[in-house]
Structure formats: structure tokens, C-alpha cells
Design a protein around this ligand. Structure first.
Ligand code: SAM
Length: 284
């Protein structure tokens, strides 16, 4: 029992430090070999405070709202969904949009820095966000209740670097949904990036040309994106390149019965064309 107790104490210390890494870090750390970093826990160290602040200063919410239109609102309303869980709320863009449209929203993120920013952003717009810090892999340990719909948007699922974590997260999402719940999850079009090769991988521009995102390393297990800001600062994100059909298979094997995939918000598209795929997966 003494040994068990000691182990427990160590676990708690590690957990405490982990959860607070992103509150103190002000620069991204990838060590000596950044492309060797392929870890589902890395996201906490990637979304450092300065990156979070810069991102929101430059990406203007109204431009993003305009490019997405009413897509998510329409999908949710058409299916009669009201109680929404935003599992990757980030700085709160979709949570705020959906609250404004009258949905009952709960906002989750594993990063404390992101949640704090989301709360402040909502407050600036006179809304109080209901937030919960949780990692998807332990979602139902840290969150109560069942939801009509879960959204996991902004290419977030890409942060999971091994299949066990992906299956675990999808099982947690499935369990947090009501019997006829729906999961909306999006991803970059990695098939195009992997198949067209690094040399032809194009630059992505956010809101004009203020921020560029470009893959600086591509292999079947890692796409490392570089984000360049007009003041010369740069940040990176390591991502797992999810192929579209692999993602659809994981959703189906998690128990989702119907999966409809859209390309850049359209139901019909050329396989190579879209930058993003959006999967709408329903339990029944
Ligand atoms: N959805 C937001 C948007 O579109 O602006 C944020 C997208 S950002 C690319 C990905 C978010 O997923 C980050 O806020 C990160 O903290 C969160 N995240 C990544 N892995 C996670 C995990 N395992 N559990 C909980 N949140 C996670």
C-alpha cells in the first residue's frame, strides 16, 4: 500500500504540472528534433499564450463567419439539435456563433490558455460561456450530461497522434451524445497534401494574406505546418495527416451509423479540390 500511495502522489504531481504547462509557457518547445515530436499530448505545449493572442488579433471573426455562412447552424437546426458540446472550442469562435443563434452551448478544450481566451472573447460580446477543461480521451470523467450534438472543428482531431487515442476520443464523443446524437468533425484535406507531395503543397491564406500556413514537412505520419505572421513571427503545429476515408472508417467503427462528408461546405466536390472535409456522423 505504501508503494501504491507513492505512485499515486507522483501521478498527481505530473498531472498538475501537465495541466498548467500552457498557462506558463510563452514559447513553443519542440526540442532538438521537432519532426520526431508525434505525441497526442503535445497540443498543450503548442498553443502558447502569444500564439493564441496573435491568432485572434489577426483572424477576424466576421470574415470567418462570412466564409462559413450558416452551414453548421443549418445542419444542426435541420436535425432539431439544441444542446451542443463544442469539444475543441479554441478561442471560442463556434461556441459564440452558436450561442448567438440560440443554441445551448457547453465549451470544452484541453488547453487552459484557450479556454481563458474563449471566455474573454465571449464576455466581450456580452455572453457567458459555460466552460470545462477536459481532454477528449477523458471527456466523460470530467464532464456531466448528454448532448444532442458535438462539434469538433478547425482541424482539431489532427492533434491525436496514435490510433488508440483517436478511437478512445471517438468513443468518449459517442458516449456523451444522446441516442440520436450527431458529431460534426472537420479536417484538412490531407489526401491532397500527401498525394501531391511536399513540393506542390500550396500555401493557405487566412483572411487575405495576413497569415500564411504552409506545410514545411510532410510524411505519412506527420505534417508540420508553419504559420507566418506579418510582424515576422512564426509558430508551428505538428499534425497527424488523417486521410478522409480512414477518418470515415474510424467514425463508422466507433458506432456512427450514417456519415456524410462535405468538401468546403459543399456536398459535391472534386476529391482534390477542397481544403477541408466536414464529416457529419449520426448515431441513428
Ligand atoms: N475549434 C477552434 C477553431 O476552429 O478556431 C480551435 C481549433 S485548434 C486548431 C485545436 C484545439 O483543439 C485547440 O484549442 C487544442 O487545445 C484542442 N485540443 C487538441 N487536442 C485536444 C485533446 N486531446 N483534448 C482536448 N482539446 C484538445
Amino acid at each position: 500500500p505504501a508503494a501504491e500511495q507513492k505512485d499515486h502522489a507522483i501521478m498527481e504531481t505530473v498531472d498538475f504540472r501537465d495541466r498548467n504547462t500552457d498557462l506558463v509557457a510563452d514559447r513553443q518547445e519542440y526540442g532538438d528534433d521537432p519532426i520526431a515530436v508525434r505525441d497526442s499530448d503535445q497540443y498543450r505545449a503548442e498553443y502558447v499564450q502569444t500564439f493564441v493572442e496573435k491568432w485572434d488579433d489577426l483572424i477576424d471573426w466576421s470574415a470567418r463567419a462570412e466564409s462559413e455562412g450558416r452551414f453548421f447552424i443549418d445542419v444542426l437546426k435541420a436535425r432539431g439539435k439544441a444542446k451542443i458540446l463544442d469539444v475543441a472550442c479554441g478561442t471560442g469562435f463556434h461556441s459564440v456563433q452558436l450561442m448567438r443563434a440560440g443554441f445551448d452551448v457547453t465549451s470544452v478544450d484541453g488547453s487552459a490558455a484557450m479556454l481563458a481566451k474563449a471566455f474573454d472573447n465571449a464576455k466581450d460580446q456580452r455572453m457567458i460561456l459555460r466552460t470545462c477543461q477536459a481532454d477528449w480521451r477523458f471527456l466523460n470523467r470530467d464532464l456531466q450530461g448528454k448532448f444532442d450534438a458535438i462539434i469538433c472543428l478547425g482541424n482539431s482531431f489532427t492533434h491525436l497522434f496514435n490510433e488508440r487515442d483517436r478511437r478512445r476520443a471517438l468513443a468518449e464523443f459517442y458516449a456523451a451524445l444522446k441516442h440520436d446524437g450527431v458529431l460534426i468533425l472537420d479536417q484538412r484535406n490531407y489526401d491532397a497534401i500527401l498525394d501531391s507531395g511536399f513540393s506542390s503543397a500550396h500555401k493557405y491564406y487566412y483572411c487575405g494574406e495576413r497569415v500564411t500556413a504552409e506545410p514545411e514537412h510532410v510524411d505519412p505520419g506527420l505534417v508540420r505546418f508553419r504559420y507566418a505572421f506579418p510582424d515576422g513571427s512564426e509558430y508551428r503545429l505538428n499534425m497527424f495527416p488523417l486521410r478522409k476515408n480512414y477518418m470515415r472508417r474510424l467514425l463508422s467503427e466507433a458506432g456512427f451509423q450514417h456519415i456524410r462528408s462535405y468538401g468546403d461546405f459543399q456536398e459535391t466536390y472534386q476529391e482534390d479540390d477542397p481544403d477541408f472535409f466536414i464529416h457529419v456522423a449520426s448515431k441513428s
